[in-house]
Unconditional design. Structure first.
Length: 264
């Protein structure tokens, strides 16, 4: 299961409003969320504008983290992005303590990612936050993806993909529609080299404190999958090459600089 998160910005009455697009394929277990079956989009509470999107499908480790974050929202009266940021150091300490247990359990000699996930938050004031969490045998990190657009991808080799996205997303602001297109585009490219991914994709949009869901069937009706492939054929090929052979990322990204503007 691969997940993508992108921060988007819209101009509303001369004021900037931010939101978050989160997308995933359907290759993991399903759970019922607001009467729509989508893969592990975990809305923490029905009235809370927060979503946890987990990588690597369901696991006991990820469930523990999701419960801890849900408790944090409840116990600290997190009602908007500002209150979350004010209390963020406390959450960081709590998750760091949890992570030490799992690092010890897995053993520091083991390489690779133990777990990772994306956390998206939106509020009625028009603010949106996106965080990326990762725990490996070497340590733990939880960072806000602060640049606009910000982005995160939960799969091995994501550093190279983020380098590519930094070249793609040069515009100071992208809107909701373009953020959805980028998310769908990335997942389709990854699908071509990841045999266990589903071709069905689902998108969650967090905006103005609301959580909206665009299931795969709706994406098909919108013609979005075919559109993004046609729009970015050259970049699609470059992303495919990077994912297949991360060591060539540097050379490929140099090529992006010469064509990136033409693809927008």
């Amino acid at each position: 299961m691969i997940n993508v998160g992108i921060v988007f910005t819209e101009k509303l009455k001369k004021k900037l409003s931010t939101g978050v697009v989160m997308a995933s394929d359907r290759s993991a277990h399903y759970m019922l969320t607001k009467n729509i079956r989508i893969p592990t989009f975990r809305i923490l509470k029905e009235e809370e504008p927060a979503v946890v999107l987990t990588g690597y499908g369901e696991s006991a480790i990820l469930s523990d983290y999701e419960l801890k974050i849900a408790e944090f929202f409840l116990q600290n009266n997190i009602v908007d992005c500002r209150s979350f940021k004010n209390k963020f150091p406390l959450l960081y300490r709590q998750l760091a303590e949890m992570s030490q247990f799992y690092i010890h359990l897995q053993g520091k000699g083991n390489a690779g990612v133990i777990a990772d996930f994306l956390l998206g938050i939106s509020d009625e004031k028009g603010l949106g936050l996106l965080y990326y969490f990762m725990i490996t045998s070497q340590g733990f990190s939880l960072e806000e993806l602060t640049n606009v657009p910000g982005f995160g991808v939960t799969f091995g080799g994501s550093n190279e993909v983020l380098m590519l996205l930094e070249e793609l997303l040069k515009d100071p602001y992208i809107g909701e529609r373009e953020a959805i297109e980028y998310a769908v585009f990335i997942l389709q490219a990854v699908k071509d080299i990841t045999p266990n991914m589903s071709s069905q994709l689902d998108v969650v949009v967090l905006k103005k404190g609301k959580v909206g869901i665009i299931p795969d069937e709706e994406l098909d009706k919108m013609g979005l999958k075919a559109h993004v492939y046609a729009r970015w054929r050259a970049i699609y090929t470059m992303l495919f090459d990077i994912l297949k052979e991360p060591s060539i990322a540097g050379n490929v990204i140099e090529g992006i600089k010469s064509i990136g503007g033409e693809q927008k």
